[in-house]
Design a protein around this ligand. Structure first.
Ligand SMILES: [Zn+2]
Length: 205
């Protein structure tokens, strides 16, 4: 814990004073523009790679950046989506997968999940990835098969997101856009899924 406590001391001494006015405003409420659904993976830091900060992203994280199907009851992800879309009225919802994702590694090798019954149950939600596997990309090297499945999972979860009742409602009113992204840890680059072309393309050329 020492490292965390030292970090918090630094925040109080060096960061907070310079941003006091911003936090004063944020203490009154939030109005984030973006719902960001991503994996729990410790290497995925959206505020770092998107240049966002306090009040910007409404974030839901779970193993495998899953959006459970519309009929699935009682999970935190769908409740978070409903709140973000219906109450906060975010303008965009983004599902962001990432390279080297352990959730998809497990999907490729489910024997490793035998002692993890809850993870095993949860990761059934990534099964849709197999039907949406993307073409192998030589740039992914030895991880090409895994990366194609991770991108497939982004497509599957994006479809599931679009089937959420709140999202259907907001899309119908034309007040929401939805996006599927793949974040590559090694290069730092993001690819966005182009639904028309049915392909992932660089977010920044
Ligand atoms: Zn992951």
């Amino acid at each position: 814990m020492d490292r965390l406590i030292a970090g918090h001391k630094r925040f109080l001494a060096e960061v907070f004073p310079g941003r006091r006015a911003q936090f004063h405003l944020l203490a009154e409420g939030q109005a984030p523009e973006w719902l960001f659904i991503t994996c729990s993976d410790s290497r995925v830091l959206p505020d770092l790679f998107l240049g966002t900060g306090p009040g910007d992203l409404f974030i839901s994280r779970n193993a495998g950046n899953v959006v459970p199907p519309a009929g699935y009851e009682g999970d935190g992800v769908t409740a978070t989506i409903e709140y973000a879309v219906e109450v906060l009225k975010v303008k965009s919802a983004i599902v962001c997968g990432h390279s080297d994702c352990g959730a998809l590694k497990a999907a490729l090798d489910p024997a490793g999940l035998q002692k993890l019954p809850r993870a095993h149950r949860w990761l059934r939600h990534v099964d849709g990835a197999f039907a949406h596997r993307q073409p192998l990309n030589p740039a992914d090297g030895e991880s090409a098969e895994l990366a194609s499945l991770i991108r497939g999972n982004v497509v599957a979860q994006l479809l599931s997101l679009k089937a959420q009742p709140a999202v259907v409602h907001a899309l119908g009113e034309g007040r929401l856009t939805v996006h599927g992204w793949y974040y590559d840890i090694l290069s730092g680059r993001i690819e966005a899924y182009d639904e028309g072309a049915e392909a992932f393309v660089a977010l920044v050329g």
